[in-house]
Design a protein around this ligand. Structure first.
Ligand SMILES: [Zn+2]
Length: 314
């Protein structure tokens, strides 16, 4: 039997067939074209599944279940997408519509939850009982796995670690609140802080790397400059690491998982990022003499979306 995993993004629909062990054995992707009616997007999900079955010389009978990771919130009981901002989806009957093509058990969950679950099944948190996954990208997503099961809360709207407040009356967030962790721990936060630091006319290699155009600054440029010891970049990155350490410590104090996994673009800073975070943990840690969650880098990369979604049905 195979498990179908669908990673629904604003740009691509990535579909994969995954075996029992969490390994992808077939893949097919297409563009989302998010402005289309949802029926067409879901039809294309089914089209991708058909292509994969063909390539594997399999039939619908070989599919055990279909899982979908969405950049939004779903009601797992009704199989409806409550909302999905960057697709413009609101109360969409995803399960019902997809079942018109493949009448299989369907599981829908948030993309960060799904990616965290993938790391538990086949990645860095494999073998742990509890883990928390943080994606550090344009925003900050959270995925919680407890006792081997993804935990999205009673109403399915939990694990939104990126929207916990870390600074009262802080920077305005896309969600309408102020001071969300996402505004201080995402790749976008690094860019904003670098621009603020440069606004005073400080001398820095960041601007050189961005070819003199402040709008070309990205998180990688700032991190690379910090690695090379550029004073402005070091200050920005250190402040970023402090904010991230605060968010991580809030997770440690709330959930105390065995492992906290960092994924998304900023996590490509690797050991440099882990070292910067670890410098701030001792001052934040509540029980100084007791063990602390391990903080690690994600190991699955882009495949996590497909693997985690597929494994929801295992
Ligand atoms: Zn927010």
């Amino acid at each position: 039997m195979i498990y179908i995993g669908i990673d629904l993004g604003g740009t691509n629909i990535a579909v994969g067939a995954v075996d029992e062990s969490g390994k992808i054995i077939g893949e097919f992707s297409t563009k989302t074209f998010a402005q289309r009616p949802y029926q067409e997007i879901i039809r294309d999900m089914a089209f991708c599944i058909g292509k994969i079955l063909n390539n594997l010389h399999m039939t619908e009978d070989d599919i055990a279940s279909i899982g979908i990771g969405i950049p939004g919130v779903a009601d797992q009981k009704t199989e409806r997408v409550i909302f999905c901002t960057n697709l413009g989806w609101h109360d969409i009957p995803l399960g019902e519509e997809l079942r018109k093509y493949y009448n299989k058990p369907i599981h829908i969950d948030n993309d960060a939850t799904v990616a965290g679950y993938a790391e538990y099944v086949a990645g860095v948190s494999k073998g742990t009982d509890s883990s928390v996954f943080l994606t550090l990208g344009t925003g900050v997503g959270g995925g919680i796995v407890i006792n081997g099961k993804p935990w999205s809360g009673f109403h399915g709207i939990g694990s939104e670690i990126g929207h916990t407040t870390i600074k009262t009356d802080g920077v305005e967030c896309t969600c309408g609140n102020k001071g969300c962790a996402e505004r201080y721990c995402s790749a976008s936060a690094i860019i904003r802080m670098a621009k603020e630091a440069l606004a005073g006319g400080a001398e820095s290699s960041i601007l050189e790397r961005a070819r003199g155009d402040i709008d070309r600054i990205n998180a990688k440029i700032v991190i690379d400059c910090a690695k090379e010891g550029d004073a402005v970049a070091v200050r920005v990155f250190n402040e970023y690491a402090r904010n991230l350490a605060v968010t991580i410590n809030n997770v440690a104090d709330t959930i105390d998982p065995e492992i906290i996994v960092l994924g998304g673009g900023v996590s490509h800073a690797g050991q440099f990022l882990l070292d910067a975070i670890q410098r701030h943990i001792p001052s934040l840690q509540l029980y100084k003499t007791l063990p602390y969650p391990r903080i690690c880098l994600a190991s699955l990369g882009n495949e996590a979306g497909i693997i985690g979604a597929a494994m929801l049905g295992r």
